[in-house]
Design a protein around this ligand. Structure first.
Ligand SMILES: [Zn+2]
Ligand SMILES: [Zn+2]
Length: 297
């Protein structure tokens, strides 16, 4: 009789395995306590050591998961230089009418009493030029907002010494942003279709930690914004040109004809199309709500 247990593997088979630093195929693993993080060479392994050693042993000797719904997150403390792995309680409530469960991580205790922390989300590691393994949820002290002439709100908390001391690892410059107060990073499964899916919070792993370090260290680096803006500008120009040529309305042949005969008219047509498109996009954005929901099983 066959044993009923499934073969057990430790690797994440569904995701492409690449070198932690440079995305090349990996051939070696961390020789330290974790024996898990993969690299293409001893060079990349050595280059990543200053960052990875911060948590290599922490991961290998994690205390058992506490009871209740708890997930592993990364805290970059305000006044210490080493990031810390923390068990974060996931609370929530069920909406009786819809049967939908809302999940909410208990993050307030990591922030000062007068702080209402805000979360940012990221699914892209811009330093390593790849998607992140998990969706990052980065909780931080909200920045003061400019309201007309005056900056409203106080700078709550001192500059974060942990992020300042990170060094960022190979390929990262920074930090580009003076983080205030503690920063707590949580992780979720990706691509649920919702901005935040609370049911999909999951424990930080070694790759997630690297993604979190890259995010906080690189945040505010406007090289990426400039690149994105350039890409959008050129996309916008291409789209505008396409619409001026007839776009969605007329079909290819007709549109080209029109564009050739009447320059001014086709420009106006383009504007109308643009307006219509913008309206459609607005409608589309109204669809999925920016909330954390999970269907009750
Ligand atoms: Zn490499
Ligand atoms: Zn290790």
């Amino acid at each position: 009789m066959e044993p009923s247990t499934q073969p057990h593997t430790q690797t994440q088979q569904s995701q492409q395995v690449v070198c932690t630093l440079c995305n090349n195929p990996p051939i070696t693993a961390c020789p330290g306590a974790c024996q898990e993080l993969l690299y293409c060479s001893t060079t990349c392994q050595g280059d990543d050591a200053p960052i990875h050693k911060l948590v290599c042993a922490q991961f290998a000797s994690l205390p058992p998961k506490p009871k209740g719904k708890q997930i592993l997150g990364v805290l970059f403390p305000e006044n210490e230089t080493t990031p810390q792995l923390k068990w974060i309680h996931i609370g929530g409530f069920a909406d009786e009418e819809s049967g939908i469960s809302f999940h909410e991580p208990s993050v307030d205790s990591y922030f000062a009493d007068d702080v209402f922390p805000e979360a940012m989300h990221s699914e892209r590691n811009r330093v390593r030029n790849r998607d992140t393994r998990s969706m990052l949820e980065v909780w931080r002290v909200p920045p003061p907002k400019a309201d007309g002439k005056e900056v409203v709100g106080r700078l709550l908390g001192e500059e974060n010494q942990c992020i300042k001391a990170l060094g960022g690892g190979k390929g990262a410059a920074g930090p580009f942003h003076a983080w205030r107060g503690p920063v707590l990073v949580l992780f979720m499964t990706r691509s649920t279709g919702f901005m935040v899916d609370p049911g999909a919070y999951r424990d930080c792993n070694l790759q997630d930690f690297g993604d979190a370090v890259d995010f906080v260290y690189d945040y505010g680096n406007d090289v990426h914004e400039r690149r994105i803006k350039e890409a959008l500008d050129s996309l916008g120009r291409a789209a505008a040109k396409e619409m001026a040529m007839g776009g969605e309305r007329g079909g290819d042949g007709e549109g080209q004809e029109k564009g050739g005969e009447e320059g001014v008219e086709s420009q106006e047509t383009g504007k109308e199309d643009e307006k219509g498109k913008a309206e459609n996009e607005t409608k589309a954005e109204e669809g999925p709500k920016n909330i954390v929901i999970e269907m009750e099983a």
